[in-house]
Design a protein around this ligand. Structure first.
Ligand code: CP3
Length: 336
């Protein structure tokens, strides 16, 4: 495991081939996932069913041969023990309800979502081959779910809440403290890497990102690094806008999407990079998939700390065979 291509890449060691894993690698595009998914009525119950979640987490190693396993869960999981209601209605996105009262929110501890830690332990004991990626949402992204009640809407209400100021900093500090506990549970359970997902901060103007989002990200990253020697990967969707800010963050790797000139950024920013193939490439034919993957890999300088991934997650309507081809193409590419 110490010699896994992914950990070697993060340490900056010489590689024979680049490591690969995919966001949403265990998902509805796999018939094995859809079969297991039938055993629970809603998505959150599925995440809480430790035995099933272990099986699902392991599918991408068995079926695709990826170089890392991300545990099967969701970024919204830690909101529930805080006293926020989270619901996934079938076929729709999540619905979140918070009554708006900060005093009603609870501090959580590292074992408040013990099923997540149990899943990590189970995946760890089932295989020793590849590292396990634990994860959490970034504070701003989680706050946006609490305020918007669901995905997106360009986070307008979250901005209004943020600019009004009352409560914002108290709430963000609470989220940071809770996420530190949540991550602590995962590292103690055996997570080898932690990825932090920031899916909505991209809508913030530069100054606001610095003042309102980055400040708390830094607290979270520094808090984790102070306690644990665990590599951190920061996924910043829409990362093209102000990549240079991320250079100073205490993270090991930046996961970027296809809006970024990643190869250009690699020259200036001395961090590991993860990404950034456009997932839509998977809808084309097999020759084009191979060509696009190889075009990307050939541009990566030999000494760069690099992890192949897509710019965002796999979609339910993608073809399993094409995903497999993508992974095989990365794995068979020898670094010159
Ligand atoms: O990457 C993995 O395979 C690990 C598991 C994982 C899931 N969600 C499983 C999931 C991870 C790391 C996430 C992260 C997550 N969840 C993010 C950050 C990444 C991003 O997409 O920007 C966000 C914003 C969420 C919140 C969330 N969860 C939404 C908006 C949705 C609905 C959209 C959809 O795809 O249906 C989910 C549901 C969800 N999370 C599914 C899976 C496999 C699909 C639900 C199902 O199977 O019924």
């Amino acid at each position: 495991m110490k010699d896994s291509p992914l950990l070697k890449s993060l340490r900056g060691e010489i590689l024979e081939r680049f490591p690969v894993w995919l966001m949403r690698q265990a998902g509805r595009y796999m018939k094995e996932y859809r079969e297991l998914r039938k055993k629970e009525r809603d998505f959150l119950s599925f995440c809480k069913n430790v035995e099933l979640a272990i099986k699902v987490s392991l599918l991408p190693l068995e079926l695709l041969g990826v170089d890392a396993l991300i545990i099967f869960s969701d970024i919204l999981v830690p909101l529930e023990p805080m006293g926020v209601s989270v619901e996934f209605k079938n076929g729709e996105g999540p619905t979140i309800f918070w009554n708006g009262n900060i005093k009603s929110l609870k501090r959580i501890s590292y074992n408040s979502a013990e099923f997540v830690n149990e899943i990590i332990k189970g995946v760890k004991s089932a295989q020793k081959e590849v590292p396990i990626i634990g994860f959490c949402g970034a504070p701003f992204t989680l706050l946006s779910y609490m305020i918007e009640g669901g995905s997106g809407k360009e986070v307008k209400n979250t901005k209004l809440y943020m600019w009004k100021g009352e409560g914002y900093h108290t709430l963000m500090n609470l989220l940071v403290e809770n996420l530190l506990e949540y991550v602590k549970g995962q590292v103690l359970a055996g997570a080898d890497i932690i990825q932090i997902f920031d899916s909505w901060a991209m809508y913030l103007p530069y100054e606001d990102y610095k003042d309102y989002a980055e400040t708390y990200l830094r607290k979270l990253f520094e808090g984790i690094k102070k306690q644990f020697d665990v590599p951190l990967i920061y996924f910043y969707r829409g990362s093209g806008s102000f990549l240079h800010v991320l250079e100073d963050l205490p993270v090991d790797a930046i996961s970027v999407d296809w809006t970024v000139d990643m190869v250009g950024a690699m020259k200036d920013i001395k961090k590991a990079f993860q990404g950034n193939l456009d997932p839509s490439v998977l809808y084309t034919d097999e020759d084009t998939i191979q060509r696009k993957v190889l075009e990307l890999l050939r541009c990566i300088p030999r000494k760069t700390k690099y992890i192949f991934n897509l710019g965002h997650g796999l979609m339910p309507d993608m073809d399993f065979q094409k995903v497999k081809l993508l992974v095989d193409t990365v794995k068979s590419y020898k670094i010159a």
